[in-house]
Design a protein around this ligand. Structure first.
Ligand code: FCB
Length: 469
């Protein structure tokens, strides 16, 4: 891959092999939860608990993408993207998570993959984006080591079904968020609040990654690659001059980032965090001999989900952490959810990953922003803030490439407005607007902007004229 370089006419050109993609996950877009023998997932169950999801929203309909895949692949073609990241719903393929296979679920994804390939769109397939079959939850879910073994069998089944056409696989999406929101804070399915259970679940997710990677590689097309999509948060000390705050930032980075990246890339769990967890939850005896070799075995790329940064201060807050996350800085622009927009941190993160884990290809598997977009009277969706967000982050990726980071592609979160977990449908993340009443799709201004970038393989160096920033 050649390094991106500025064009002569104020454009920033990306390498010709760079992938311009979009990203979704099954539960957030598919709907059709009762179709074709699909089993129940933890998100179906969790979403029905009173107060679990804002506004009482559920994933029952979502974007009805399960039934509108053709229409949605046609949309991607209009966006000129050449890559799409999506997840398979485990309970569509194995309704109880193990044992009986549902052929109609396999057939659905078979057709979807073919229709993407027919349009020249390279699939990046995630095996686990949070919709665990409820039957496995009843046996302990991710706290139960056996779930990792069931996951490996599910991966083998997917390899046999799709491995001839799919090269790149994300095994697990955001193990930290699963641990934090699903098992520690109870804000996501399965809604548990158990610190030790959360650390256990995170280990089993990494083990599941390693076991599944072994299965995916032992077959398929021969050039199969596997990786994890991590929720990576760059850290800033509240007071950069204060050694205690700098140490707090390093420590919190261990909790959020290194705890996952280090073992997956062959370094084992970092000692500082291992001591921390032992102190907080007792002996980590769920880590068995040989696990770290399994975990390190199948990491061919790093999937980077980047949204914002964390600013931390050395101060005891709630829980066993010797740091506190503090509010963002005044004057820094924010998304509609209040997250700070810090594209330079994406650049620095990509460069850091290249430095810390040299030679590992990088894929930006998620990046995007919430705004409350609604169509204007002319029917169009004028989301200039998202255009600026996209431009700034793609520019950051371009800078990272110029600094030598091996970034192979960018998958915008999301293709379309969808079910944003515990927040329901109000947050709109899409390049495509979805009308909640009619499910009508409208490409937003940001989608048109991205389409041009994807078609040309370049972005303007500056947005001043085009988006009035
Ligand atoms: C990530 C999730 C994704 C989406 C975005 C906004 O944490 O992987 O499903 O919800 O956040």
């Amino acid at each position: 891959m050649t390094t991106g370089r500025p064009g002569a006419t104020g454009t920033l050109r990306f390498p010709s092999a760079f992938r311009w993609g979009t990203s979704t996950s099954a539960f957030q877009v598919e709907g059709a939860v009762g179709a074709d023998g699909r089993g129940e997932s933890i998100w179906d169950r969790f979403g029905r608990a009173p107060g679990a999801v804002e506004n009482g929203d559920t994933g029952d309909v979502a974007c009805d993408h399960y039934r509108r895949t053709e229409e949605d692949v046609a949309l991607m073609a209009r966006l000129h993207t050449d890559a799409h990241r999506f997840s398979l719903a485990w309970p569509r393929i194995l309704p109880e998570g193990r044992g009986r296979v549902e052929q109609r679920g396999l057939d659905h994804y078979d057709r979807f993959i073919d229709s993407l390939l027919e349009r020249g769109i390279e699939p990046l397939v995630t095996l686990y984006h949070w919709d665990l079959p409820q039957a496995l939850q009843e046996a302990g879910g991710w706290r139960n080591r056996e779930t990792a073994e069931h996951f490996a069998r599910y991966a083998a089944l997917c390899r046999d079904a799709f491995g001839d056409r799919v090269r790149d696989w994300v095994t697990v999406n955001e193990p930290w968020i699963v641990g934090l929101l699903g098992h520690q804070l109870g804000l996501h399915a399965p809604g548990e609040r158990d610190l030790r259970g959360s650390v256990t679940a995170m280990h089993h997710l990494l083990l599941a990654h390693g076991l599944a990677a072994g299965e995916l590689r032992s077959g398929g097309r021969g050039d199969t690659r596997t990786g994890i999509a991590y929720s990576l948060f760059p850290h800033t000390p509240d007071d950069g001059e204060n050694p205690a705050d700098r140490e707090a930032a390093r420590h919190s980075d261990g909790y959020v980032n290194r705890w996952f990246l280090d073992p997956v890339h062959g370094r084992g769990y970092p000692d500082d965090m291992r001591r921390h967890w032992e102190h907080a939850v007792g002996a980590l005896d769920f880590i068995r001999e040989g696990d770290l070799d399994v975990i390190a075995a199948g990491s061919d790329f790093i999937g980077v989900n980047y949204y914002t940064r964390r600013i931390v201060r050395a101060e005891r807050g709630e829980g066993p952490w010797p740091w506190r996350v503090v509010e963002g800085r005044p004057g820094v622009p924010r998304t509609g959810l209040g997250w700070e927009i810090v594209p330079d941190d994406l650049r620095d993160l990509l460069v850091r990953l290249h430095t810390d884990y040299p030679g590992v290809p990088l894929l930006v598997t998620e990046n995007g922003a919430i705004y409350r977009d609604e169509p204007a009277p002319d029917g169009a969706v004028h989301d200039a803030p998202r255009v600026r967000f996209l431009h700034a982050h793609l520019k950051a990726v371009h800078e990272a490439l110029a600094l030598g980071a091996p970034v192979e592609g960018y998958y915008h979160w999301s293709l379309m407005d969808n079910f944003e977990w515990a927040m329901g449908y109000w947050p709109r993340f899409g390049l495509v607007h979805v009308d909640r009443a009619t499910l009508r799709r409208t490409i937003k201004d940001s989608g048109h902007w991205y389409a041009r970038a994807a078609r040309e393989g370049a972005i303007p160096a500056s947005l001043a004229v085009e988006a009035g920033s």
